[in-house]
Design a protein around this ligand. Structure first.
Ligand code: FAD
Length: 454
């Protein structure tokens, strides 16, 4: 159903390929998660939708050059940075961000040259206990033959095949009942063939697990079962280590630039906190633990940043939260702008959705729900004739892509339209077929564009 009659939607994407983190974030051994691409295909098949890839807004073309051609602009550019720990040694060889590692094995052009040193030693540490951390651990521990059947890049497969990693510790600053990972991801790691799990200290769980709230109860049961299981044929192992905050990454010697171990500050539950409560707080004990590691992955979250040119559009950016401030429906608000038309600080015609709206948390389903809310509010505002971009300009004709196209051509950019992407898609699938996998992704923008010239 079309909520705004005759509306046209143009989607600008800075890469020549669509799908964002569904292509470059979601783990290659979770193909079922990528089914949401079908929904995308359905939308893209509309004659009133234009995909304009290979055009980075605010980078390749200024945001200001879109403004005169649209009634509304919705920002959904995700979170393309990662949070740093800000501790000594973070730049040592062997220390990677999970975003870079995930991007590398998924073929994100930005990280094609990462070349992680997986043969530097046997011990890897992942800092952070969310699902991305567990994805990293699983990819490090899964057998090459299993990964070979997925759409993980050949380049990543070759490097993983040479990996010496035998042990992966996934470290968090609080306890098991406060960890952010979900049950499916823990269970998958517990079920990996030939991989054992280091038992968790039972004092981190209450005596009566069954009395915990449902989600915590189920996770605790899986962890307790995993702690009791023994895997005699294990060649690799993994562990969840709790109540540790990273303090510094240590090199082999003062002159070495290679990671050798990590110092962690030991934490304890705050005296006024219930250790089995989801929101329990921890305090440092002043004691330090050192863990050997030739590889470390910091997995403490993604971060959005301000797009160049937001200010000219009167769009603020909240650096601390890493979001564009918005009302509960996704209308952008600028707290500096006074009362506003609909809500305080309402910026007419500007909306947001996804991780740049809510912060970098949430799965595809919640991101989609949230995007539907933003779309519904645009339709409602339009119906109610609320001012949009350029509303006060009598001669405004929203030309959309037709209007922007000239500027894109003038800058010598090569826009990749939906039909072009389908060609790239087809060639990736052909390459994959020859290797017995779903697809073999191109890992550079040049390679993607070359397909269109052939
Ligand atoms: C490693 C990882 C694994 C995940 N696994 C799962 C999972 O298994 N299941 C699940 O449900 N969820 C998973 N998620 C969460 C899911 O990927 C996100 O909820 C969702 O992708 C967020 O959507 P988004 O549109 O906000 O951002 P994105 O998916 O990042 O999309 C933003 C898009 O904007 C583009 N862009 C950025 N800047 C510009 C610019 N200046 N101009 C034009 N385009 C630009 C980017 O290239 C990107 O394509 C995972 C997330 C990560 C990080």
């Amino acid at each position: 159903m079309h909520k705004i009659k005759d509306a046209v939607v143009d989607m600008y994407e800075h890469l020549p390929v669509p799908y964002g983190l569904v292509r470059f974030g979601v783990a290659p051994d979770h193909p079922e998660v990528k089914n949401c691409q079908e929904k995308f295909e359905e939308v893209a098949s509309s004659p009133r939708f234009n995909f304009i890839g290979n055009v980075g807004v605010g980078h390749d073309i200024p945001l200001a050059s879109l403004r005169p051609h649209y009634d509304a602009i919705l920002f959904a550019y995700g979170a393309s940075k990662d949070k740093k720990l800000g501790i000594p040694g973070e730049d040592l060889n062997g220390v990677y961000s999970a975003r870079a590692f995930v991007g590398w094995y998924n073929g994100l052009p930005e990280y094609a040259g990462l070349n992680p040193q997986l043969d530097a030693g046997e011990d890897a540490v992942v800092i952070g206990q969310g699902n991305v951390a567990l994805d990293v651990a699983r990819i490090l521990l899964t057998s090459i033959d299993t990964l070979r059947k997925t759409d993980i890049t050949e380049q990543a497969l070759e490097t993983l095949a040479r990996s010496k990693v035998r042990s992966v510790k996934v470290v968090g600053r609080r306890g098991p009942l406060q960890a952010a990972f979900t049950i499916k991801e823990v269970r998958e790691l517990m079920n990996l063939p030939s991989v054992s799990f280091e038992p968790i200290d039972s004092s981190l769980f209450p005596n009566e697990i069954t009395k915990l709230p449902r989600v915590q109860k189920r996770i605790s049961q899986v962890l307790a079962k995993g702690s009791a299981a023994s895997e005699s044929s294990a060649t690799k192992k993994w562990a969840l280590s709790f109540l540790l905050s990273p303090k510094s990454f240590k090199p082999f010697s003062e002159t070495s630039i290679q990671l050798s171990s990590i110092d962690f500050e030991e934490n304890a539950f705050a005296p006024d906190s219930d250790p089995f409560d989801r929101n329990a707080k921890v305090v440092p004990t002043g004691r330090t633990t050192n863990i050997s590691a030739s590889l470390a992955f910091r997995s403490v979250g993604y971060k959005s940043s301000a797009l160049p040119g937001l200010t000219e559009l009167n769009v603020p950016f909240d650096d601390r939260m890493g979001i564009i401030p918005n009302d509960p429906y996704g209308r952008v608000i600028n707290p500096q702008s006074g009362p506003g038309i609909l809500t305080a600080g309402h910026v007419p015609g500007v909306y947001c959705a996804g991780w740049v709206k809510r912060g970098p948390t949430g799965v595809i389903a919640s991101t989609m729900d949230d995007a539907f809310t933003s779309a519904d509010i645009i339709a409602k505002d339009w119906e109610q004739q609320v001012p949009f971009l350029n509303s006060s300009d009598d001669c405004n004709i929203a030309l959309g892509w037709e209007g922007v196209k000239k500027e894109v051509a003038r800058k010598g950019l090569r826009p990749v339209l939906w039909a072009d992407w389908k060609r790239i898609d087809e060639v990736e699938k052909e390459r994959g077929k020859a290797m017995g996998k779903e697809r073999e992704k191109f890992t550079s923008v040049d390679e993607m564009l070359r397909v269109l010239d052939s």
